[in-house]
Ligand binder design. Structure first.
Ligand code: ATP
Ligand code: MG
Length: 449
């Protein structure tokens, strides 16, 4: 569980001590600061959710400190405290973004009610933001084929655990979508899902991107910045394209993951982080380990729950569902359907770019179709010579390769024969009952082809 962080800033030592005691007893993580300037430093280092701030302090008055806190980190809620509160100062503080005003001597019950209120408001804001992000991105994992069913079951079982996962699959199969689904199914879903594209960070920026930096720690560090690890605290860190990480990045990440703690560039404090890691790659990490470009210790650390996302050609049954889903997304309310010849073609196409390629095809089709029916002739085709080897036999036994080929072959022939099993059996020269058995074993549903 992530403790809620409260920072108390006051010039009176006895107030700091008593508030710390009461709030810690209530289960908060509490830091105290005597005076505004120490307080501001602690806002930067401790990253509190809520600050209790005295208005009258000899060194610097609380209203100025409030302004600086909000400038440094607008996410923090500030509750002002004062023994000589006037309506004007209270109004001024609220205008500057204070959450509320509390009169001294502090009534603890009142304080706890106010803190509870502040945290509820924060949680609602976070939840709202999260829901808006999810809605706008269209996160649903579409597919009802046997491999997708298996994947969804795994997500529902493994998601709620705290186990780290390694999501593997070809380009465009939906690895990021799967990672987000794992996060949503977890108790961490109220916290953030922070993605890091490991292939896109240059070596010299790794530490600052991942762990953040303090103001002035290097040329160009104009402000304090939190890194991806801190942003994901309490939530999920999605390490995308892990197979493309440089050796330096692998070492830095492994160390942070082992110690559950990081240090900002130019900072002197170790910051504890509580994160779940979900990694993804389209590379064969075992091969990379053999070639000594990926660390074996990091691989075992990441690969607690292996998750394989099947290629689209291994679940052609999902093509019609995906088509409807994306047509609804891109047709802008227009009623569009697909001609049966185009559908047959789309189902037998190997989709080397997987769901992403299909999604892009639908977007193009929706733009270019002039009538109510999408027809491939109107849209223009993909280039035939772009079709790669449909089967990849790497790391597979002969038995598995044969089975894979057999399944693909049966699906293709069924498609060519309109899903008619008797006709297909005749064409490929096997008994109808034999073909039925194969169809059942491979989980092919001729009705959805
Ligand atoms: N099962 C699915 N249902 C709906 N949309 C999907 C599905 N799978 C993938 N998509 C969509 O296809 C696109 C590619 O998905 P995503 O980015 O998750 O793939 P990826 O495996 O991470 O690809 P890459 O290896 O290229 O990074 C996204 O727009 C995503 O929303
Ligand atoms: Mg991806």
């Amino acid at each position: 569980m992530v403790l809620k962080r409260v920072l108390v800033i006051d010039d009176e030592e006895n107030i700091l001590v008593s508030l710390k005691g009461v709030l810690e007893d209530e289960g908060f993580a509490v830091e105290t600061a005597r005076g505004g300037s120490v307080g501001l430093q602690k806002v930067r280092k401790f990253l509190p959710d809520v600050v209790l701030l005295d208005i009258w302090m000899p060194e610097e008055d609380g209203i100025r400190v409030l302004e600086k806190i909000k400038k440094a980190d607008s996410y923090v809620e500030v509750i002002m405290m004062s023994g000589h509160g006037t309506v004007e100062t209270a109004v001024k503080a609220i205008k500057l973004g204070a959450f509320d005003f509390l009169e001294k001597p502090i009534h603890f019950d009142k304080l706890l009610v106010l803190l509870k209120h502040a945290f509820t408001v924060k949680e609602l804001q976070d939840e709202n933001k999260l829901l808006r992000e999810q809605l706008s991105e269209g996160e649903a994992l579409i597919g009802k084929s046997a491999p997708m069913d298996k994947l969804k079951t795994l997500i529902s079982v493994a998601g709620p655990s705290n186990g780290w996962a390694l999501v593997q699959g070809e380009n465009g199969t939906g690895k990021e979508l799967v990672a987000k689904a794992l996060h949503r199914a977890s108790p961490r879903s109220q916290h953030r899902f922070v993605a890091v594209n490991c292939a896109a960070i240059p070596d010299e920026l790794i530490e600052s991107e991942l762990f953040g930096h303090e103001k002035g720690s290097f040329t160009g560090a104009h402000d304090r910045k939190t890194g991806k690890f801190e942003q994901a605290n309490g939530g999920t860190l999605f390490l995308d394209e892990v197979g493309d990480m440089s050796a330096k990045m692998q070492a830095k990440i492994l160390r942070a993951l082992q110690e559950n703690c990081i240090q900002r560039v130019g900072g002197d404090q170790a910051i504890d982080v509580d994160i779940r890691v979900i990694a993804a790659t389209n590379k064969d990490l075992k091969h990379l380990i053999r070639d000594q470009v990926f660390r074996e210790d990091l691989y075992y650390r990441l690969n607690v729950i292996p998750v394989f996302v099947p290629a689209l050609r291994e679940r052609r049954e999902d093509v019609p569902l995906l088509l409807s889903h994306f047509i609804a997304m891109y047709s802008a309310g227009k009623k569009l359907s697909i001609s049966s010849s185009t559908l047959r073609m789309l189902q037998s196409y190997p989709w080397p770019g997987n769901v992403r390629e299909l999604k892009n095809w639908v977007e193009r089709a929706c733009i270019l179709s002039t009538g109510d029916v999408i027809d491939s002739l109107e849209i223009g085709d993909w280039e035939d010579d772009s079709q790669p080897d449909v089967l990849s036999f790497e790391e597979k036994s002969l038995r598995m390769a044969r089975a894979q080929f057999e399944k693909e072959f049966i699906v293709k022939m069924l498609l060519e024969n309109g899903g008619n099993v008797s006709k297909t059996a005749q064409v490929i020269g096997v008994e109808r009952s034999h073909l039925h058995k194969k169809i059942k074993n491979y989980g092919i549903d001729p009705c959805t082809l």
